[in-house]
Design a protein around this ligand. Structure first.
Ligand SMILES: Cc1ncc(COP(=O)(O)O)c(C=O)c1O
Length: 378
């Protein structure tokens, strides 16, 4: 049996998405910038895709810019804010994705911004009081806080953070890569200036995503070149990627309620099974509280199999990810787990679920873990 429980890393392309993409790989190959009929055909589908995505987010088509994925969209939002919006100070957290953290760190090293890290509460949530303090005592600020953490699943009170940012006239970027297609995102209700999406996190193709830029902010081009993406990102568009992205978001939105319930039930089931199967197991972050339903980060008891755990799971046919128990070499383990003060001497593994997972797969996985820990708990 092969069990894929690494859906926060990437998801399988769904058949209906592939189906939607195929004509743009086979028949309709025109360059969308060409003025002849081949180009007009592909230009039209790009704009239809943009409109469909905008509608799903309650945004305007002009607020959607296609990118190569989440990393580029995060970079575009952050660099645009700092270079073009007069931002001299940024606030983020130490558990952000590296697409955000490394970008801000480089901008700080270049002397472009002062970077502040907001405190975290014991369960890994953002300390909103500290966020307000940081905003009150600093000049015009960019706040970059992710909607859901990709490793521990903690969900941000995004609406509340948007309101705080508005109060202090701050620019708010939220990396929504893990929540896009999994939660209803209404840009008229959450007061963000920038949010991001990556198709491969919701059964779309890899290497395609988008940035939402609220119409109130104007940033300069991120990639100079041709006039694609209204001059904001030069380069021939990833035509079939964009078609797949729009289709994947449409399917995800349509099936959201059903999949939310199914996946949440798998997560709850796995929590209960693990608690019964393995003594002293616990969960990183706020797994039983305000948490992304697709992610479960499990902390196991100390064990001499710690370093081999992912490898052993892989041998057993189970794909998951992790990285806290790395005591040797250059791998310092997960910056997120370290960031929330997790006990790094205990092995942690992230299991992440999709609509394709089943209860039987969870049973299989917990059974394998039980066997591993039954003999190896030290
Ligand atoms: C929260 C978050 N942000 C950004 C990214 C980067 O997205 P991409 O792989 O599409 O560049 C990921 C992907 O792992 C992610 O989980």
């Amino acid at each position: 049996m092969k069990v894929y429980l690494d859906n926060a890393a990437t998801t399988a392309l769904s058949p209906e998405v592939l189906e939607a993409m195929l004509p743009y790989m086979k028949e309709h190959f025109g360059n969308p910038s060409s003025i002849h009929s081949f180009g007009r055909k592909t230009r039209a589908v790009i704009e239809t895709s943009r409109k469909a995505i905008a509608n799903m987010l309650n945004a305007a088509p002009a607020e959607i810019f296609f990118t190569s994925g989440g990393t580029e969209a995060d970079n575009m939002a952050i660099c645009g804010s700092i270079n073009d919006l007069g931002i001299k100070h940024a606030i983020t957290s130490r558990i952000e994705h590296h697409a955000v953290l490394h970008t801000l760190e480089v901008l700080q090293e270049q002397g472009k911004i002062k970077l502040s890290l907001v405190d975290l509460l014991p369960d890994g949530h953002i300390d909103l009081k500290h966020l307000e303090e940081l905003l009150a005592f600093n000049s015009r600020t960019l706040v970059s806080l992710m909607h859901a953490n990709n490793e521990i699943g903690n969900l941000l009170a995004i609406k509340e953070v948007g309101e705080i940012c508005e109060k202090y006239n701050a620019i708010f970027h939220s990396d929504t890569v893990q929540t896009m297609g999994h939660y209803n995102i209404d840009t008229k209700k959450i007061k963000t200036h920038f949010i991001t999406g990556a198709a491969h996190k919701f059964h779309g193709p890899k290497g395609t995503g988008f940035l939402y830029v609220n119409s109130s902010v104007k940033i300069n081009p991120f990639i100079y070149g041709g006039s694609q993406e209204r001059n904001m990102r030069g380069g021939t568009e990833n035509l079939y990627g964009i078609v797949g992205l729009a289709k994947a978001l449409e399917v995800a939105n349509k099936e959201m309620q059903e999949h939310h319930e199914h996946i949440q039930s798998l997560k709850t089931y796995m929590i209960n099974k693990l608690e019964n199967a393995i003594p002293d197991v616990c969960f990183n972050g706020d797994a039983k509280g305000n948490s992304l339903y697709t992610v479960l980060n499990v902390q196991f008891p100390p064990s001499d199999i710690a370093e081999m755990l992912l490898f052993n799971l892989d041998i057993a046919g189970i794909a998951a990810s992790g990285g806290s128990a790395c005591t040797s070499g250059s791998n310092q383990g997960s910056h997120v787990l370290r960031g929330i003060g997790c006990d790094m001497s205990r092995p942690s593994v992230r299991f992440s679920f999709s609509k394709y997972n089943t209860k039987e797969e969870i049973d299989f996985c917990v059974e394998k873990l039980k066997e591993m820990f039954a003999v190896k708990v030290s």
